[in-house]
Design a protein. Structure first.
Length: 169
C-alpha cells in the first residue's frame, strides 16, 4: 500500500473487539513514535503504555465527551512531553501520536486520538492513574485495538480543496 493510500484509509476508530494487541504490533507502533521528527531532535516525548483493562476503563472517564472509546480498547498509549526541553513540545508530541495512528492502520489495527491537554481535569486524573511525574505534560492518549467498526476511506473528490491557497491567501 502506498503512503497516500495509508493516509486515506486511516480513520478514527472508536469501537474495538476484545482481541488483545500482539506485543510485536504494540512495539512497532512505539517504534514509529520513537522515529518521529522533533525540533532540534530534542525528542521531548515520553510514552506510557497501558494494557491493564481496569486502568484503561478508568482512563475512559477522564473527560465528559471524547474518551469513551477507551472502554473497549485493549491498549492505550499516553503521550507526554517535557516542556522544559523545548517550546515545541506540543508539535513534537503530536507528530509522534500521529505516527502511532498511521502505524496502527498499517498493521491492520484501529486507533483514535483522545485529547487530554487542558481538557477538564483530564491531565490530573491520567497523571494519578499512570504515576506520571509533574514535569511532563500530558498531550493525549492513543487508543488502539482491532476494529469493531468499518469506516470508508477518505474520498478525494470530497476533500476541502477550498482550504488550499496558492502563492497568497
Amino acid at each position: 500500500m502506498s503512503f497516500l493510500e495509508l493516509v486515506s484509509r486511516r480513520r478514527s476508530i472508536r469501537q474495538y473487539t476484545e482481541q488483545p494487541v500482539e506485543t510485536v504490533k504494540r512495539d512497532a507502533i512505539l517504534q514509529a513514535a520513537l522515529m518521529s521528527p522533533s525540533s532540534k531532535r530534542l525528542n521531548p516525548w515520553q510514552f506510557v503504555v497501558v494494557e491493564n483493562r481496569d486502568v484503561i476503563r478508568r482512563m475512559a472517564g477522564c473527560k465528559t465527551y471524547g474518551s469513551q472509546m477507551l472502554l473497549q480498547a485493549p491498549l492505550a498509549i499516553v503521550v507526554t512531553a517535557d516542556a522544559s526541553l523545548t517550546d515545541t513540545w506540543q508539535c513534537d508530541a503530536s507528530i509522534a501520536a500521529y505516527n502511532m495512528l498511521l502505524a496502527a492502520e498499517d498493521l491492520g489495527l484501529g486507533a483514535c486520538w483522545v485529547h487530554v491537554y487542558q481538557r477538564e481535569n483530564s491531565e490530573q486524573m491520567i497523571r494519578e492513574l499512570c504515576n506520571i511525574p509533574d514535569h511532563l505534560n500530558i498531550l493525549c492518549i492513543v487508543s488502539v485495538g482491532y476494529k469493531n467498526e468499518q469506516r470508508r476511506a477518505y474520498q478525494l473528490d470530497k476533500l476541502q480543496y477550498d482550504k488550499i491557497h496558492y502563492e497568497q491567501y
